[in-house]
Design a protein around this ligand. Structure first.
Ligand code: B3K
Ligand code: ZN
Length: 887
């Protein structure tokens, strides 16, 4: 059978969409009555639209409906066939002339979900049919005004074979169902809430529900259902529990209650991303629903909790109040990430959650902000909007929301949220509307703060201090600057909320804070507003020389250089009252040391590790007072990516060598302590509470150091692998074993494969562990793994776990000096692009950083980018990333 390749081809230069060009549509769809008739091989969609013209539009303005990848069967207006001279159908839209102020438009089209490999619109995943419409997938189902400011009332009737698709779902409430001749049946759903088409969803398949109930604060009972394929019912308890806790949390913290009688989640095997917040019918990647202790790691459990919460929270921040246009994406995503971060912080250890989030921001967003795809939290233009679901829009966007919270306080923030909902419930609005609600609710002036939405790039902050013992003053000078980014050569100073304290060198305690001109002290921690390019703060009545602790809790997303030497960093690591900054000081200390070691190696000097560093590390390792989860974070060295970010030219091999050297050095010096900690952190049986998770994290961190050192360590890993009762322990041991070329590695991988080859999610782990292995023959092994029966290039989870893990998670092998890693991944991008442009563009994204490497690597990377660019019929997705990379 011929494969229908599902993509939008790029002819000449694709169109750039600009934020400043926003205009409301000439016609909007007020109601849509959708009938979807699913049959093997083709689906017939009949849609009846109530269309309303905008008063004041140009009287000759045609009705323009977005639509692609479908075949028009008929078009009627007010019950009459439209003559062909009155309309045109192009590759991306249909244009109808002479449509009056109000019209009923009936359109029937044919689509082919079975051959839809882009996984946008209606597609088939295994035996089920499902949809993904954000941002522009609905136009692959039917012709529509497919933009978020068109909020319509939806009624959906689904018809399908009853045997293969007994479950038929859509948004809202079920209002009818029945049997049809020929073994078929139908179900009708009505969504009482207006919504943009990107929130539409439909599912038809052979699924079973896991059910529960939730009683809202006002006493309404909500049916909760998680639909999974048969056999997975025993893996839904954690997702369901996370859902109920999210619902309660949103009531308690934000006063937001769920608004329908039913809330459904469907778990799907083939999905381009994590999950989708469709109204009342969230669709999830199976990876973020299914979990049992023997198949999912502690990290998986935490991700499930966070993503279930995230999608649920969108019901208010995204669905009830949505975005006017896609440039406002962070309005819903930044805000909802902030909300899920706060939820997880309340459910788990707050400072550890903050550390994890900041690590993730530094790993993904800082490099983005420093590269050719850098864009503001509210972008100004795009070619393909799917490329802008970025760490900047999501994670930096969440930092921007967090800064409102820091500046206005929890109460002020809540007042702003209340006003935002009061003003905009049911509307499609902008980031500016959110900012105005925060300002008006608090009587605040946030004019300068708005620059966070406008300016791309990570601000660089330099801090220096001077203590005058005679005057008992401490002068703190803060300088900020932001490097140019594409299209933004000049940057203005930003408003930076700086949470800070001064830690007395003698007392080792936070000192009272009083600024010059104030007549009283203001506690021992406060949030200063940094607004100028250079600003001086003078503290008075400072009794002893302090070490400043700045940007506590990472109160602004900046790169801080406080010019602190080893002594001050070690001091803060031990005595800062802010746990986040204790961790941060340790990371800064390790980064400083590692950068020095990389430079030594490059200059042909031996790499040396001072005893003071080993001592600082030992203190944390053996600190029985600190929580194990925190110690695990504090003892994890900065990642290779993190170290590279701090270098002008990233020395891939040098960083890897230095980090490995430091790991082995620490393991050698602290073998006994690591082993003792490993033993004392044992968790018997299957325990999933926070304390057990923290212990496992610390224990497996110790195992990592020990296994990298010698045969004893490897034997310990093998013993743990053989006796592991939970997936976290099994995976941690397998990572150690597969890094080494010892035969034990292959033995363990074979055992794991044998045991789990029928579980696709566990096989994803098996693939990514091998793709990220440090052993030198990793590329050859990745190539061979593409032939494993469990691998499929059509399944995004598999592509991410094997190819994505290699390209983005194994710097030293991806950046092999001979260019073999580059060639391999570029080949895969070219092969994948016609099938799934979104996944191809993601896989390609590490190439965008090519300018950060040495000349030889730059040339190799650039040649591959150019080869990709020269590929005929490249998608807009890959074209945009590739062309901007070499611009
Ligand atoms: N809103 C979706 C993301 C859609 C991505 C489309 N490429 C999931 C989320 O952020 O909650
Ligand atoms: Zn989201």
């Amino acid at each position: 059978m011929m494969e229908r390749l599902d993509q939008t081809p790029v002819h000449s230069a694709p169109q750039v969409i600009r934020r400043e060009d926003y205009t409301p549509p000439d016609f909007r769809v007020d109601r849509i009555d959708l009938h979807v008739d699913i049959r093997e091989g083709e689906t017939i969609v009949t849609s009846t639209l109530s269309v309303i013209g905008r008063p004041g539009r140009d009287k000759y303005a045609p009705l323009v409906l977005d639509g692609q990848n479908q075949e028009l069967i008929y078009l009627k207006i007010d019950g009459e066939d439209v003559p062909p001279c009155k309309y045109t159908v192009g590759e991306e839209r249909m244009t109808v002339e002479e449509v009056g102020d109000r019209a009923t438009v009936e359109i029937r089209t044919r689509i082919h979900p079975e051959t839809n490999t882009a996984l946008e619109g209606l597609y088939r995943s295994g035996s089920m049919y499902c949809t993904q419409c954000e941002p522009e997938g609905f136009r692959r189902i039917t012709y529509f005004v497919d933009r978020p400011d068109n909020m319509a009332l939806f009624t959906t009737t689904i018809e399908a074979d009853k045997g293969s698709c007994p479950v038929l779902l859509s948004n809202g409430n079920p209002v009818g169902a029945g049997d049809l001749p020929g073994g078929r049946h139908w179900a009708k759903w009505e969504d009482p809430f207006r919504k943009p088409a990107y929130l539409f969803a439909l599912v038809a398949g052979n699924l079973v529900p896991v059910t529960d109930k939730f009683v809202t604060a006002s006493g309404r009972t909500v049916d909760l259902r998680i639909y999974v394929e048969q056999g997975n019912e025993d893996k839904c308890a954690h997702a369901m529990d996370s859902l109920k806790r999210s619902m309660r949390w949103d009531e308690e913290v934000f006063g937001l209650e769920y608004d329908l009688d039913i809330f459904m989640i469907v778990a799907v095997g083939d999905f381009n991303m994590g999950a989708m917040e469709n109204k009342g019918l969230n669709i999830f990647n199976v990876k973020y629903v299914l979990a049992k202790p023997d198949t999912a790691t502690d990290t998986d459990y935490q991700l499930i909790e966070g993503i279930i919460a995230h999608e649920y929270f969108h019901n208010w921040t995204g669905n009830r109040v949505t975005c006017r246009d896609w440039f406002q994406l962070s309005l819903k995503e930044g805000l909802t990430v902030f909300r899920d971060q706060e939820f997880s912080a309340d459910m788990n250890a707050r400072s550890v959650k903050r550390i994890q989030d900041v690590r993730a921001l530094r790993a993904a967003q800082f490099p983005e902000d420093a590269g050719p795809m850098a864009h503001p939290v509210r972008p100004d233009s795009y070619i393909e909007i799917n490329n802008f679901y970025t760490a900047t829009v999501y994670e930096k966007g969440a930092e921007v929301v967090r800064m409102y919270h820091t500046l206005l306080g929890a109460e002020g923030f809540r007042k702003g949220m209340d006003l935002y909902f009061q003003r905009h419930d049911g509307d499609a609005v902008t980031c500016e509307d959110f900012c105005l609600a925060m300002e008006d609710a608090n009587g605040a002036d946030l004019s300068q703060f708005r620059r966070w939405y406008e300016q791309a790039g990570t601000p660089q902050v330099k801090a220096s201090g001077h203590y005058d013992a005679d005057a008992r003053t401490y002068t703190l000078t803060i300088e900020q600057s932001t490097a140019p980014t594409p299209g933004q050569p000049d940057k203005q100073p930003l408003l930076l909320p700086m949470a800070m304290g001064l830690v007395g060198k003698r007392s080792k305690a936070d000192l009272p804070l009083q600024l010059d001109g104030e007549n009283a002290t203001h506690g021992t921690e406060r949030v200063l507003r940094v607004t100028a390019a250079r600003q001086v703060f003078t503290f008075v009545d400072v009794d002893e020389e302090p070490v400043p602790s700045l940007f506590r809790g990472f109160s602004a997303p900046v790169k801080l250089d406080a010019g602190q030497g080893e002594e001050d960093l070690a001091f803060l690591m031990a005595h800062d009252s802010d746990e986040f900054n204790r961790w941060e000081a340790g990371q800064a200390l390790a980064r400083k040391l590692l950068l020095g070691m990389v430079a030594d190696r490059a200059d042909g000097r031996a790499m040396a590790v001072p005893d003071s560093f080993v001592a600082a590390f030992r203190r944390v390792l053996t600190d029985g007072e600190a929580a194990p989860a925190f110690r695990a974070q504090a003892l994890a060295l900065p990642s290779e990516g993190d170290i590279g970010e701090a270098m002008r030219t990233i020395d891939v091999d040098g960083i890897h060598a230095a980090r490995e050297h430091l790991r082995r050095h620490l393991a050698g010096k602290l073998k006994a302590e690591l082993r003792a900690t490993y033993d004392s952190m044992a968790v018997p049986g299957v325990q999933l509470d926070g304390a057990a998770i923290g212990k496992r994290a610390l224990r497996n961190l110790c195992l990592g150091y020990l296994a990298g050192l010698d045969a004893d360590g490897l034997a310990l890993a093998e013993a743990q692998f053989d006796s592991a009762e939970v997936m976290t322990d099994s995976v941690a041991a397998l990572v150690c074993l597969s890094d080494s070329t010892d035969a034990a590695g292959d033995r363990a991988l074979a055992t794991f494969h044998q045991r789990w080859r029928h579980d696709p999610l566990v096989m994803d782990k098996w693939f990514s562990i091998q793709a990220m292995a440090k052993r030198p023959d990793t590329l050859a092994r990745v190539k061979a793994l593409m032939g494993d029966p469990s691998f499929s290039v059509k399944n995004p989870n598999k592509v991410r776990s094997l190819l994505g893990a290699f390209a983005a998670g194994n710097p030293v092998r991806f950046h092999a000096a001979d260019g073999s890693g580059y060639r391999f991944i570029a080949d895969q991008v070219i092969a994948l692009d016609p099938m799934n442009p979104q996944v191809a563009a993601r896989l390609f994204s590490p190439f965008a950083r090519w300018r950060r490497f040495d000349e030889a690597r730059q040339a190799l990377l650039k040649a591959e980018i150019e080869r990709v660019l020269a590929t005929p019929k490249l998608s807009k997705d890959v074209y945009e990333v590739a062309s901007k990379s070499v611009a």
